[in-house]
Design a binder for this molecule. Structure first.
Ligand SMILES: [Zn+2]
Length: 274
């Protein structure tokens, strides 16, 4: 699933391409992904002719804002991808919609599993999950002090807490593994068991990993246009391979089919379940 770095990289790539451009066409091939939250009109009528004001991101959502406070908010989920295509190319299987702009750029939304969503709305608070989001993990206003405050109500395993959008937004399964590896913290320790020093290390690792991965994604997205391709991760997606720090094989523990990858040597701890 694209997380903060990939969605931010896509937003930064798209911004200079479409800001100031008018929407020329919206073609919905399969209605499942495209959700019109407006009570009136067909989405084509609302969108065509409007000018893009900005392209931003909130957590894992790509936000395209248009004239008159209309928004397109996209959550890519497990397999969604938004990429340029030839304006006249025939839709492929699992293409859900395409949107064309006055500079001849056409974007195609493709989704193998069709679990992603693009919401058309005039009120972002109506986008499911949006109103509950905590501060963004890369928000400059999220100081260490505020980070500690946000995590304080959550007492469970630290990996689960890090991926809780209500606490801090933008981190999913993959980058939680990478952040905990960078901090040298066992993913299943309870938040309440971590010392002040460990929490500070976690905060620094969060900032450092997300910044570094944003740089990687910004190099990769314009080249591959694939938000799911992640190269150069340290532990996530690499069970059995040698830990880049100590060489021990990377471990895997699956909880509810969600894998956690970590190094038992560099991130020592005991799995305690009750
Ligand atoms: Zn190691």
């Amino acid at each position: 699933m694209p997380e903060l770095p990939e969605v931010e990289a896509l937003a930064r790539w798209l911004r200079p391409q479409i800001v100031g451009q008018r929407v020329m066409a919206l073609e919905i091939h399969r209605p499942l992904v495209f959700r019109n939250l407006l009570s009136h009109a067909e989405p084509e009528q609302t969108l065509v002719g409007r000018t893009v004001r900005d392209v931003t991101r909130r957590s894992k959502l790509l936000l395209i804002s248009l004239d008159d406070d209309f928004w397109l908010a996209t959550h890519f989920m497990l397999t969604g991808n938004l990429a340029p295509c030839e304006p006249n190319a025939r839709p492929r299987v699992r293409d859900y919609y395409r949107i064309s702009f006055s500079n001849d750029l056409t974007l195609r939304y493709h989704d193998l599993r069709g679990m992603g969503k693009t919401y058309l709305t005039d009120d972002l608070a109506r986008v499911p999950g949006m109103a509950d989001l905590g501060p963004d993990a890369l928000d400059p206003a999220l100081t260490l002090e505020r980070f500690l405050e946000r995590l304080r109500p959550h007492r469970g395993e630290i990996k689960g807490v890090l991926t809780r959008e209500r606490a801090v937004a933008g981190i999913g399964n993959a980058y939680a593994d990478e952040i905990l590896f960078a901090a040298g913290i066992y993913p299943f320790r309870k938040r309440t068991q971590l010392s002040q020093e460990e929490m500070a290390r976690l905060y620094d690792a969060m900032r450092q990993v997300l910044e570094a991965r944003l740089a990687v994604a910004m190099e990769s997205i314009p080249r591959t246009h694939d938000m799911h391709r992640r190269e150069g991760l340290n532990v996530h997606g690499r069970p059995g391979e040698p830990c880049p720090r100590c060489g021990a094989p990377i471990s895997e523990i699956k909880v509810a089919r969600r894998p956690t990858h970590f190094c038992r040597q560099c991130q020592p701890g005991l799995l305690l379940r009750n």
